[in-house]
Design a protein around this ligand. Sequence first.
Ligand SMILES: Cc1cc2nc3c(=O)[nH]c(=O)nc-3n(C[C@H](O)[C@H](O)[C@H](O)COP(=O)(O)OP(=O)(O)OC[C@H]3O[C@@H](n4cnc5c(N)ncnc54)[C@H](O)[C@@H]3O)c2cc1C
Length: 193
Amino acid sequence: GPGGSPHVHAGFDAVLLAQPAVPAQSLLADSALNSPLSDALGHVATAPCWTLMLAYPQAVRPGLTTLGPQWNAARSTHHRIAWLARESSKPGRNVIERWTVQASPAWSAEHLEDDAVRVQAKLIRAFAEVTGIHAEPAHAATRRWRYAQTTQPLGRSHLWDAARGLGACGDWCLGHRLEDAFLSGLELALAVA
Ligand SMILES: Cc1cc2nc3c(=O)[nH]c(=O)nc-3n(C[C@H](O)[C@H](O)[C@H](O)COP(=O)(O)OP(=O)(O)OC[C@H]3O[C@@H](n4cnc5c(N)ncnc54)[C@H](O)[C@@H]3O)c2cc1C
């Protein structure tokens, strides 16, 4: 607000946090609420994931449908890369040759604070080693997902502190997939209702 004072909102029946466990925990720590949710959130652990996205519009030519390998997705044992998938092979997608490359949790953690331009160059080199695609991508983007994959889930579907009207949900409650996130949000909503 004006003068740097916080704008105070009030009158809510409940507050539900739908964010990664670490920021949820620090938000609670900054509050004076002293909720037992904070302790529970401390048991959750997540790993980061540097992700590279590549596009090769120049590869779309008559009689030439794909660049590089015949496979469309793979788990990789390359020290930098854990997973890669050809986006253009997925149902209903644009035909332009596109790949999503996920760095391994260990490599992502080791290079978490590295410059994104350097990370991108390293991942493009690793991508070429894994796929044999050495063409220059027309488009490349890199994104750091700091809380990408749950390594230690909460072990229950949601957190709900009825006394304080405070809840938390997210994939990290049960695992690391969209389905886990969906079920967590649904269970929390049912608990509140
Ligand atoms: C690269 C990648 C690929 C994936 N691929 C798949 C896949 O193919 N299939 C699959 O099932 N799952 C996949 N996942 C996992 C899936 O994306 C997650 O399981 C799902 O998005 C989790 O939903 P969520 O609502 O728990 O958290 P999120 O979708 O992460 O939402 C949390 C929200 O909280 C916000 N937030 C963070 N901090 C704060 C703060 N301090 N204040 C306010 N807001 C904040 C974030 O901006 C975000 O919008 C993938 C994840 C990544 C990173």
